[in-house]
Ligand binder design. Sequence first.
Ligand SMILES: [Zn+2]
Length: 212
Amino acid sequence: MPTESLLDPAGAIYRHTIRAGDPWSRVLRAGQILRITDLEGNQAADTLFYDAHDPENRYSASDTIRHQAALYLTTGSVLRSTRGDALLTIIADTCGRHDTLGGACSRESNTMRYAHDTLHMHACRDSFLRGAQECGCALGKRDITCNINFFMNVPVTPEGKLTFADGISAPGRYVELRAERDVLCLISNCPQLNNPCNAYNPTPVEVRIFEG
Ligand SMILES: [Zn+2]
């Protein structure tokens, strides 16, 4: 359900624009609040979270879905780790729905879904690995697991199939998450050009961090 934030955007202690196709990473301390804003609309922000002190305890799509008994994320969703711990809670959301199932694009999946000549296009899996290297946080290929796609619309059909549909986000829509422990956040601002997750035109997203 769409819910507005109570925070003054000008009160952020950190602000950064993630360019289209770029990665970003940062540790959030317990209690801090992360706002991700879809600046131009219809952009997918592929995101992973890890316990900052124990990265093997990481965001788990299946545990999150099971705990909340719902497929999509929105205000009130608690993001659970592989050990069932609460990593973050969504406290505001003006988009209304975020995907847990679609996963991240990779060069390999692009060649399967689209055509072999997409092999050399930028993809989230590579961006995640680049972001992990840039943050010096000792994450490798095995740590890039099932991610959240903020702002991405992946409806499940009555037959149980996944579809990558046109987005429901719009310019300026945001999601806000409160860290329930110290968490490492890794974002790939999706560079995908072959399906409508970015409206075939990847655009920047903004991150702001607030003290709780
Ligand atoms: Zn992607």
